[in-house]
Design a protein around this ligand. Structure first.
Ligand code: C2O
Length: 545
């Protein structure tokens, strides 16, 4: 194993997109930022220099951070922000994980432009559980605003309303030719050699939309999601929620020509904000062929839930693959957690423009998560400091939602109160969680992401979770094992994981609209009894609040 050292210089810069200049916060002068590559077992040492005008933290999405919770990154959860003009070095070892990860800012909306791929290859002498691809290509799907994203978020927070929609989706930072005024050189191009097989490492780094992705004329063979190997699944359409990744093998089995790769939103939410129903494109070009007149794939309709559900429910884990983990059979802690939108009092002297002069909020078990600001929750946990959080995340008994006759009045989870109420988990406990979408403001789907762990997705479905019959459908043999689950629109999902990683772990909706509204909670996993399960003290340069 080696030490892999990188420096990320974060600073503002002007880039041109959609025919206009825009100041963005970027890393090492590029959008997306640099791809970081390492092998399983390596130790990453990443110096982050904050030369931007904003508070900053970086999260290593999907990395367990075993006994290095201090390097996880979410703002005020595991660290105070890196202030403008200062730096912090993230140090962590990759143990028992390989595949496609990514890194992104975990404060305000900065991750719109502060993100990049994090690729972990097998340790030396180890191979993929599929034939070695000719080349590996990261494809980062993103979202672009003709505006300062931090301001976009601030305005929506102040007014309690939905933020403005983005102006384009992107592939590797480029919108593609279907947007007005997007030039050819703002289109991502991938040259391929006929007959060769490519490993596409696809990452949904968009802020607020799940995305369909397709390449004209080519089948995609999914071999991993969220950096865990899956049984090969051949499809022509990929659906990824923000935070999710998929590794797909693409064989250049056409002899020549040019083909669009295209992504557009999967969005099925009633009464929700309008969204940008536009399409980003890149071009796959065979060596020697002209890039003129690429073939366009036919994408599903934006609200094609059956197609989205088919993709995510067809994935299974590859039993016996490297780092495969069997489902723990004995459950120690069961939780039922509602996830959804609601309305909250405006607060302060602000004017809220949400329904009835209220503000949109979001909650888990009716708690709208309140970020601490005087110190991180991890410091409070480690030093046993009282008054920063309370360990009383409420239990809510299974509730029944009416998904056909919705109204603001039909749910008991209307008005969420703010709180920093966390859930304590015993070290090594096996936890099973039913995530249940609510139907208060509207029916939505939420991509829920857990820091510090992967979870087995035992089942998912629509409507209300049925505690008698749905457990009969649990896949306890080879369920997909991942870090982000798109809980079906107006439906539920059941997760199981082992709390074998002491520390403080954020569990949240990966839509950046909902995160600041409070669709988050925190699991505090107790220190274990042995030296190998006890969290070491913070690094000396951990930023102070
Ligand atoms: Cu990719 Cu908490 O985030």
């Amino acid at each position: 194993a080696s030490i892999v050292e990188h420096s990320l210089h974060v600073q503002n810069l002007t880039v041109w997109r959609l025919c206009r200049p825009q100041v963005i916060t970027a890393v090492n002068g590029s959008l997306p930022g640099p791809t970081i590559k390492a092998r399983e077992g390596d130790t990453l040492v990443i110096h982050v220099f904050n030369r931007s005008p904003y508070n900053l933290t970086i999260h290593w999405h999907g990395i367990f951070q075993r006994l290095t919770s201090w390097a996880d990154g979410p703002n005020y959860i595991t660290q105070c922000p890196i202030l403008p003009g200062s730096m912090y070095t993230y140090r962590f070892t990759i143990t028992g994980q390989e595949g496609t990860f990514w890194w992104h800012a975990h404060v305000s909306w900065l991750r719109a432009t502060v993100y990049g791929a994090l690729i972990i290859r097998p340790s030396r002498g180890h191979t993929y559980p599929f034939p070695k691809p000719y080349k590996e290509v990261p494809l980062l799907l993103g979202e672009w605003w003709n505006a300062n994203v931090v301001d976009v978020e601030d305005v929506s927070q102040l007014l309690g309303i939905n933020p403005n929609n983005s102006d384009a989706y992107t592939i590797n930072g480029k919108p593609g030719v279907l947007y007005p005024c997007s030039r050819k050189r703002q289109t991502y191009k991938l040259k391929v050699v006929p007959g060769k097989t490519y490993l596409l490492r696809i990452i949904n780094a968009a802020l607020n939309n799940q995305l369909f992705f397709k390449i004209a004329g080519h089948a995609l063979k999914v071999v991993a999601v969220d950096a865990t190997y899956t049984n090969p699944y051949v499809t022509d359409i990929i659906v990824l929620a923000p935070g999710q990744t998929a590794d797909v093998l693409l064989t250049a089995d056409q002899s020549t020509g040019a083909y669009y790769m295209a992504g557009h939103p999967y969005f099925n939410a009633e009464n929700a904000s309008p969204f940008a129903n536009t399409t980003t494109t890149g071009i796959l070009i065979y060596e020697g062929a002209s890039s003129a007149n690429p073939k366009m794939p036919l994408l599903p309709a934006f609200n094609d839930t059956p197609t989205a559900h088919k993709f995510s429910s067809s994935l299974t884990s590859l039993v016996g693959a490297p780092h495969w983990v069997p489902v723990p059979s004995k459950v120690d802690e069961r939780m039922f957690i509602t996830i959804g939108l609601g309305l909250s009092p405006c607060g302060g002297n602000a004017t809220c423009l949400g329904p009835n002069g209220l503000r949109f909020s979001a909650s888990m078990n009716n708690v709208s998560f309140q970020w601490a600001t005087s110190m991180s929750l991890l410091e409070a946990f480690y030093y046993n400091i009282k008054g920063i959080y309370t360990a009383d995340f409420p239990d809510v008994p299974p509730l029944v939602f009416d998904y056909t006759n919705r109204g603001l009045s039909q749910s008991p989870l209307g008005f969420a109160l703010k709180g920093t109420r966390v859930k304590k988990l015993k070290y090594n406990a096996t936890v099973e969680i039913v995530l249940q979408n609510t139907a208060f403001v509207g029916v939505e789907n939420h991509p829920m992401h857990l820091h510090g762990f992967n979870f087995h997705v035992l089942a998912q479905g629509f409507g209300n979770f049925d505690p008698i019959n749905d457990p009969k459908k649990f896949n306890l043999v080879n369920p997909v094992f991942r870090n982000t689950i798109g809980v079906p629109v107006g439906g539920w999902a059941v997760l199981r994981f082992q709390a074998d990683n002491p520390g403080v772990w954020l569990f949240h909706c990966h839509l950046d609209v909902h995160l600041p509204w409070g669709l988050a909670t925190v699991f505090v996993v107790e220190n274990g009894p042995t030296l190998s399960s006890i969290l070491p003290p913070p690094p000396a340069d951990l930023p102070k609040c």
